[in-house]
Design a protein around this ligand. Structure first.
Ligand code: NAP
Length: 341
């Protein structure tokens, strides 16, 4: 069992988690981060950005930066100021990073937020107590789960789950693009893509949109958008770069092919909150509820939240990083009030 409680434990390692760690480390709080499992053994964990190619809208990178590279920079910056990380081989610090001593990073399996200090359990047996906890586990974009979809999304072959992040890339300029989904995000993304694309298809599995009326009107009145009703994508075509999709009609089962130069998934997100086991209140869509919309506080004193796990509106690296900063500052002030310095 753990002995001395940590001052602050940060769960998650996207822009929110690493930014919270940078601020907490610089405030001498010796943050301990459960970064989660990396998508591959050569990479640091970093959330959704590990699945993104060029990031061109994060200030400070005038030439753009690859998502995984940006997360490695966040990680190194957090480590340089004294952040520690939980790996399968215990706690590692910046010295270990410098010497390349790396075993896989640990995820969180469960937390007990019912009493203070809080208790955090890793998915490989590591346990720790903490005076303050920052939850920054993010939200996963939903995907169709098709093999070629995953392959081309990971290789930057023109399949993405974020039009705002990727839509302006040169590879999509003046192309025929497709957005999958019929909700507000799908309409928003389709509209956004019409700034760059020659034409945008919305592929929706039903014969009516889920999107709000005002958003529906936006799609229906945009000459560059054509909605393909009652269709699902059953395969993504193309070797290195997407060339099209195979569709199936949901009413007749008839199959067809559509040539596209880019495919954007907008079929919702799933916030990563399973490990909380209902201990924090969530909204109808499963996002953690903030106690005060301008802060990072939750209904449990000492538990702070940052990034996409509590934000279904903006979902950007820059907004997540901003929330991570708020969470660290809120935690620092709260810890000082508790006499934990
Ligand atoms: P959403 O409302 O849950 O819509 C998801 C869409 O994806 C639905 O049309 C759904 O089809 C479709 N879908 C889900 N799984 C699918 C699958 N396996 N295959 C094919 N299609 C699938 O998600 P969202 O659009 O991301 O919106 C999330 C929340 O954010 C909503 O509350 C929304 O109002 C809000 N939001 C608001 C704005 C805005 O107001 N500007 C912008 C973005 C998001 P069905 O309709 O058949 O279920």
């Amino acid at each position: 069992m753990p002995n001395n409680p940590e001052k602050i434990v940060i769960i998650g390692s996207g822009p929110a988690g690493w930014t919270a760690a940078i601020y907490a480390a610089r405030a001498n709080l010796d943050p301990l981060v459960f970064p989660g499992r990396a998508v591959s053994k050569d990479l640091v964990p970093g959330g959704q950005l590990m699945l993104t190619t060029d990031v061109e809208n994060y200030p400070g990178f005038p030439e753009g930066v690859m998502g995984p590279q940006m997360m490695e920079l966040f990680f190194k910056q957090a480590m340089r100021f004294g952040t520690r990380v939980v790996t399968d081989d215990g706690i590692k610090s910046n010295d270990d990073v410098q010497h390349g001593l790396f075993t896989p990073f640990q995820n969180v399996a469960s937390v007990d937020l019912s009493k203070r200090p809080f208790h955090v359990v890793g998915d490989n047996g590591f346990e720790v107590d903490a005076h303050a906890v920052v939850i920054a586990t993010g939200a996963k974009a939903n995907w169709l789960g098709l093999e070629n979809e995953t392959r081309l999304a990971q290789s930057g072959g023109g399949v993405s789950a974020c039009a705002v992040c990727d839509g302006a890339l040169p590879m999509f300029r003046d192309k025929v693009l497709a957005v999958v989904g019929g909700g507000d995000s799908a309409v928003e993304e389709a509209n956004y893509l019409t700034k760059f694309a020659g034409k945008v298809y919305m592929i929706h599995r039903r014969d009516e949109l889920r999107a709000s009326k005002i958003m529906q009107d936006r799609a229906l009145n945009n000459e560059k958008i054509e909605i393909l009703w009652n269709k699902t994508v059953i395969d993504v075509l193309g070797d290195d770069v997407i060339t099209g999709v195979k569709l199936q009609d949901t009413q007749t089962n008839e199959e067809s092919e559509l040539e596209v130069g880019g495919l954007f998934m907008a079929i919702g997100h799933t916030p990563i909150t399973g490990f909380l086991d209902g201990q924090l209140e969530t909204d109808d869509a499963g996002y953690v509820k903030l106690k005060d919309p301008y802060r990072s506080t939750t209904e449990i004193e000492g538990v702070f939240v940052a990034g996409d796990v509590a934000d279904h509106v903006y979902r950007q690296a820059i907004t997540a990083a901003g929330m991570g900063c708020k969470a660290a500052i809120d935690a620092e002030r709260w810890l000082a009030e508790q006499g934990v310095e």
